[in-house]
Ligand binder design. Structure first.
Ligand SMILES: Cc1ncc(COP(=O)(O)O)c(C=O)c1O
Length: 368
């Protein structure tokens, strides 16, 4: 099976030879980042040493206040851990909770890194499959029935990558009660928090307790993937263990990124900026949805996120076969569904410039 890296690599190779490829493989947003240049120059002299494991105190305080206000809860800096991206956070967390074995439940289609990370721990994962006929939205009662003695955690991703589905608040409340009763962890990956196009998004933070763990990232909300900064909220005891782990892994999160993001989060124009990014993403979502609807190409309607999950034509058996030939013939790279656990679909990144998106969609439709 071809991995995401294969398609990304191929895309780069063609570009380096001067070819024109429409790259829709990775969900790396290209929206404008908040103003950075002046901040970077001013903060640069303070960025040359390590910061604290778990993140510097100022940013942890800012994050605790920001999300406490947003969700009307009481978080303190002891609940906050900052990592080099959401991925480092999930890597550390899963290695800790699975250090003596056990299982986590992953809902498919899933973000490809969840099973890959679990494979590097002492534990296992169990896939809970959602169905195309349900638009890949999980039935939470059936999900709860999957919990057994080995279960350490359930991973939720809302807004979801790759399906764009958003978990409803009633289902969040149901799961909050279940994980409390079973005394397991609910890990909610909410890195696409601002991309909510239908007013459906609710964070698990609203029902925060020691059984809830939420992950966020500068990569997606500020289009700063290369700055490698993510943050999360959890029980202080678990947060302490994560700091200890990070001390041996990367020492601390990136110093300059933390200084810059702290200023961005305290900027009076922050809400306007975030709202603008949401609008940019919605504009692209609407273009893609209209286009594929008119062409009668099946897809999952994205309520949020920055991806579109599209069904492959019937003449192909698997998405990787489809994606390989699409790239060769039409010079459009997409992510095949096998890596998300769903071989009849492929994912496109919508967070690119509009000309590329339209051209990419046109070439995909031509190939159908
Ligand atoms: C669902 C999901 N979670 C987490 C991440 C990790 O992002 P980062 O490590 O850049 O914060 C990504 C990145 O694509 C993602 O799609």
């Amino acid at each position: 099976m071809k991995t995401l890296a294969y398609f990304y690599q191929k895309e780069r190779e063609i570009k380096e030879k001067g070819g024109k490829v429409i790259g829709l493989t990775l969900t790396s947003p290209t929206f404008p980042s908040p103003p950075l240049k002046k901040r970077v120059l001013r903060l640069l002299p303070h960025s040359f040493s390590y910061s604290l494991s778990g993140g510097n105190l100022n940013l942890r305080e800012t994050l605790a206040n920001f999300y406490s206000k947003k969700w009307n809860i009481k978080l303190s800096k002891e609940n906050v851990f900052i990592g080099n991206g959401g991925k480092e956070i999930l890597f550390i967390l899963l290695n800790l909770i699975l250090k003596d074995g056990g299982e986590v439940i992953i809902i498919s289609p899933y973000w490809s890194s969840y099973p890959r990370i679990v494979k590097r721990t002492k534990g296992n994962f169990k896939i809970f499959k959602t169905l195309e006929k349900d638009n890949f939205y999980p039935n939470v009662e059936s999900l709860a029935k999957e919990i057994n003695k080995k279960t350490k955690a359930i991973i939720i991703n809302t807004p979801n990558n790759p399906t764009g589905k958003i978990l409803r608040e009633k289902d969040i409340k149901f799961l909050v009660e279940i994980v409390k009763k079973k005394n397991i962890l609910l890990i909610s990956d909410e890195v696409y928090e601002i991309y909510d196009f239908e007013g459906l998004y609710c964070s698990f933070l609203k029902y925060f307790s020691k059984n809830i763990f939420c992950v966020f990232s500068a990569s997606k909300i500020f289009s700063m993937c290369g700055w490698r900064l993510g943050w999360c909220f959890g029980d202080p005891k678990l947060i302490e263990e994560m700091k200890d782990y990070q001390a041996d892994l990367s020492t601390s999160p990136h110093t300059l990124s933390q200084l810059v993001v702290n200023e961005i989060l305290n900027d009076k124009n922050l809400q306007k900026y975030l709202e603008k990014n949401r609008e940019l993403a919605k504009e692209r979502r609407d273009i893609a949805v209209d286009f594929f609807s008119k062409k009668r190409i099946d897809f999952i309607f994205p309520e949020g996120g920055i991806a579109l999950f599209v069904k492959i034509p019937q003449r192909f058996r698997k998405a990787s076969q489809f994606a390989k030939i699409l790239l060769e013939r039409e010079k459009v790279s997409v992510a095949p569904g096998e890596i998300f656990g769903e071989e009849k679909f492929f994912r496109i990144n919508l967070a690119v410039n509009i000309e590329d998106l339209k051209e990419g969609l046109r070439r995909i439709a031509k190939f159908y």
